[in-house]
Design a binder for this molecule. Sequence first.
Ligand code: ATP
Length: 465
Amino acid sequence: MENFWQACSAKLEQELTPQQFSAWIKPLVPLDFEDGCLRIAAPNRFKLDWVKTQFASRITALAAEHWEQPIDVQFVLDPRTNAVRKPVSAPMPSPSLAMAGGTDYADMPDPIERVDIVLEETKKRDQSKINPALTFDSFVTGKANQLARAAAIQVANNPGISYNPLFLYGGVGLGKTHLIHAIGNQLLQDNPNVRIRYIHAEQYVRDVVTAYQRKGFDDFKRYYHSLDMLLIDDIQFFAGKSRTQEEFFYAFEALIAAKKQIIITSDTYPKEITGMDDRLISRFDSGLTVAVEPPELEMRVAILLKKAASEGVVLNDDVAFFVAKHLRSNVRELEGALRKILAYSRFHDKDITIDVVKEALKDLLSVQNRQISVENIQKTVADFFNIKVADMYSKKRPANIARPRQIAMYLAKELTQKSLPEIGELFGGRDHTTVLHAVRKIAADRSKNPEVNHELHVLEQTLKG
Ligand SMILES: Nc1ncnc2c1ncn2[C@@H]1O[C@H](COP(=O)(O)OP(=O)(O)OP(=O)(O)O)[C@@H](O)[C@H]1O
């Protein structure tokens, strides 16, 4: 038995990382071997459960190899630990771990060991660069992101199996980074030992440059190729960086072949990324590609209410609607506005009313309104759809003109203070019912069709500058 355990330990030491080996294998003690049954003791219930789920099959296989027959390997709680087991009142893990779920420490008998494990998990979490605050729980769902969220949950539950790579794309501040951190958090919660890494593409480029300067590509490769999950954010930053793309290609191939999960975000869908190697583009599209759309009004309201509640503030619905109606571009902008409102109301010791919001967001709202005139909208929409500005006021009605004109009317109603008759006047003296019809039609299309929503979002962003 001793011989087997020595050989088995040596083998596992080669196969595992030093941290894994010393955390999980070193503390195991072989107890006895009788009638083809080997009993191995773990020092506490936490390690026992972990070893059973993670390493039992490998150790059983090594035992069968050693004795050249099937061996019944049983993992038990170390009897000596049980004898000295006392009630525990050790400190709980750090709030960040608790927030993200983390391990259930209640069963751990030894306070020192408990602290060790917490420290080890904290170190792993730090290395992973996963932000514990960005979880599925704190992610508000709506039409705009429900598909992306469903895909993210699927991947978090079946990493490396369901969709690989998962490619999330969408405009700035729409929650892509949040979602991929949420996947990472769930994985770390399910298995604190998982080797996972979040990296922004710009950092990856810098790492490639450093590896190049220090001739350290072997270490670089070893590290990235050994991960269980790689989360890479804003991959459009790889554009034109051929050496980075080459390295990433190797990492991609190695990870996918080993059924390790890759998750990528970008500001646009794979084929639209410029300056990217074709073989990478085709690989980005080989798993599942999902868009994260700009949030619709109800979702913007829900986000404001949730973010305010997490700050301990109950926001009135009318206030949330006012803010959501005026700030349409993205969630980051909403968060910034909320921070301003909360700071303003605290500083002036005032309740949060619409008037207070108008005051607090004075600059932001005036920027929103200042640049946008109906003429500006007509020109931008005409450019976008490649028609003449004159077609905005003309009586012509072919679809390629009528639709952009309706979109321009909708945007004029949404983004300016003009009334329906005023807008009608500016569109070649049309009746206000024509404008109303256009506004309703485009609003309905927007709520049903993510592509229309995306198109309008692009136009709004362009108009807001
Ligand atoms: N659905 C959501 N629910 C709650 N918070 C959200 C949601 N979407 C975005 N956020 C928050 O908005 C901020 C911006 O989101 P995030 O950084 O994930 O955007 P992004 O799509 O990655 O943008 P970029 O392309 O600029 O990196 C973050 O603080 C994030 O937590």
